[in-house]
Design a protein around this ligand. Structure first.
Ligand SMILES: [Zn+2]
Length: 290
């Protein structure tokens, strides 16, 4: 086995398992991803220095500024997620206070405000937070933990593509729980490391590639998500997975890419039904009592 001089940034299962951690067959630039035998969580072998280096991309002035079809797709996704949250809360949008944690340029905050919600955002990367404010959105720069919101202040918190960056997400989840009202909803999105996409693409999947998707060090699946939710004092109100792909644009000849896309489209519904899509969405509820 290849020896690594530096300690990995993530050394134990963030879900809190004490089960053994072994090498998986997925070998990326930083070495084999390791797998928790308790919950299936995959962990990067990246060092703290490598982690910090790849996290820097999130503060680039042009980071996460989609246009055209991708922007339209994301807006449609935001509306679907808001509709599901509202169905779970059973409360009108105008009475629903939403906080997007790690809101980037504020696209979800903007979509929520447009749909009539009382929405705001918090974002640690100063340049993108400033871009959100320049667009007229109520976004503050910083970490959730530094804002000192009152207990039970929000009906809904969202954590989109945040949790896979964290070595230990439990303190953040605890703060989310504190600032949520009883029966409030925390929506967590991340990728599903036990998806058909992960099985088919392995190390070729850009989600596992720290060069393309900076700072990804911890990869969830429906079981590990349910376990960490329980550890943080949440109930799983709904857990969805969606979408399959076999190729990333540019890594395959065009004909094969198109064929792969057609097959992937056909597998979207079965993947959803089997919980094997690569987008993982966990709608977590703070219990009413407590
Ligand atoms: Zn585990």
């Amino acid at each position: 086995m290849k020896q690594h001089a530096e300690q990995p940034y993530v050394r134990s299962c963030p879900v809190g398992c004490t089960a053994p951690i072994t090498d998986s067959a997925i070998v990326v630039a930083e070495g084999a991803l390791r797998r928790c035998s308790g919950c299936g969580q995959l962990l990067s072998r990246a060092s703290a220095a490598r982690y910090a280096e790849t996290m820097a991309q999130f503060n680039a002035a042009d980071f996460n500024a989609p246009q055209g079809r991708e922007l339209a797709r994301r807006q449609a996704v935001a509306q679907r997620r808001l509709a599901r949250i509202t169905a779970l809360l059973g409360k009108a949008a105008a009475d629903t206070r939403v906080l997007d944690v790690g809101c980037s340029r504020g696209q979800f905050v903007a979509a929520a405000i447009a749909a009539g919600y009382r929405a705001e955002g918090v974002e640690p990367a100063p340049r993108v937070a400033e871009a959100a404010r320049a667009a007229g959105l109520p976004v503050v720069t910083g970490l959730l933990e530094d804002q000192h919101y009152p207990d039970g202040h929000f009906d809904v918190l969202t954590l989109f593509e945040v949790i896979e960056h964290l070595r230990d997400p439990l303190p953040l989840l605890a703060e989310c729980r504190r600032v949520l009202k009883p029966a409030g909803i925390l929506l967590v999105s991340t990728a599903n490391a036990e998806s058909w996409t992960a099985a088919a693409m392995g190390a070729r999947w850009d989600y596992f590639d720290m060069e393309k998707d900076g700072g990804h060090v911890s990869f969830y699946n429906p079981r590990s998500m349910a376990k960490i939710a329980a550890a943080a004092g949440f109930e799983v109100a709904r857990l969805d997975t969606a979408r399959v792909k076999f190729h990333d644009k540019g890594d395959t000849p065009r004909g094969l890419y198109v064929l792969g896309k057609i097959v992937a489209e056909l597998l979207n519904l079965p993947a959803r039904l089997a919980g094997r899509g690569h987008d993982l969405l966990a709608y977590l509820r703070k219990p009413s009592a407590g």
